[in-house]
Design a protein around this ligand. Structure first.
Ligand SMILES: [Zn+2]
Length: 274
């Protein structure tokens, strides 16, 4: 197990948990991660707030290439009961450290845990009871959403990749929004994810029409680009099957994100038209 993914965290999110469990510890998740983050990455506190007298924060890890051409935001943990994406972003930073050529075109902003109270409680919603991934660009008063909306407006990403897990799906799948090239990024990402877990090839996934694991519609209010952004960024939501072994979900999600990072500069070299 790498330094980036401390054993304490893995134990905290093991699928077999005692009936009476203490809260998952955000500190045990993020502190070792921040300490172990490679020197080429910067650890940044996006903002803080108080919930029921306790202080919480949103953090990110930033990598800046000396010749940045593209700026991406990569997000996980907005649903507190979906640990695979959180862990996958631990793995991703380590994998990218070993592949400097893959990030030479990028400024990457990696947000490993957007819903720390939900993560502590093991719930999809934050402690306020809200599904934070239905609150974006609707005047939400939730502190996590307000912080991230400000962050997104400041950073103006060229692309968004959000990691999720779905306990009703027996395979990997994804949602595409935004730029027309997006589905040409998701297809190879799903193929790469399939090295770890099968793709869900059903025609109906999560209530949406799907083709080969790709869904072109989605829920309103999800984390992503502000409405009307020009030029349109690409927006991908990658979903792992939540009931599959955690290690395989992590591998599937990391493989998918790496493939997106590998393909995007190639596609843009052709003017984004494939
Ligand atoms: Zn989710």
């Amino acid at each position: 197990m790498s330094l980036l993914c401390p054993l304490g965290l893995v134990e905290a999110v093991a699928p077999v948990e005692p009936v009476v469990m203490s809260r998952r510890s955000v500190q045990s998740l993020l502190e070792p991660l921040a300490r172990a983050v490679p020197e080429t990455w910067e650890s940044v506190l996006v903002g803080e707030w108080s919930t029921e007298g306790e202080r919480y924060g949103l953090g990110k890890f930033v990598f800046r290439s000396s010749r940045t051409r593209f700026k991406l935001g990569i997000f996980a943990g907005i649903h507190g009961d979906e640990p695979a994406g959180v862990l996958a972003l631990c793995d991703l930073v380590r994998e990218l450290e070993a592949r400097p050529g893959w990030v030479s075109d990028y400024e990457l902003h990696v947000y490993p845990l957007l819903n720390p109270t939900g993560y502590e409680d093991g719930t999809r919603e934050s402690r306020s009871g809200r599904d934070l991934n239905r609150e974006f660009w609707r005047g939400s008063l939730e502190p996590e959403v307000a912080l991230m909306e400000g962050e997104i407006l400041r950073e103006k990403f060229d692309g968004y990749v959000a990691l999720h897990s779905d306990d009703t799906s027996d395979g990997v799948y994804g949602f595409v929004r935004g730029a027309t090239l997006t589905e040409h990024l998701l297809r190879p990402a799903l193929a790469a994810a399939e090295r770890a877990l099968p793709v869900n090839r059903g025609s109906l996934i999560d209530g949406f029409h799907a083709v080969e694991g790709l869904i072109r519609s989605g829920y309103p209010g999800i984390l992503g680009a502000p409405p009307g952004s020009k030029p349109q960024p690409f927006e991908i939501v990658l979903e792992s099957p939540a009931l599959a072994p955690l290690g395989m979900q992590r591998d599937a999600l990391v493989n998918g994100v790496l493939e997106i990072l590998r393909h995007y500069p190639q596609m843009m070299a052709f003017g984004g038209e494939l």
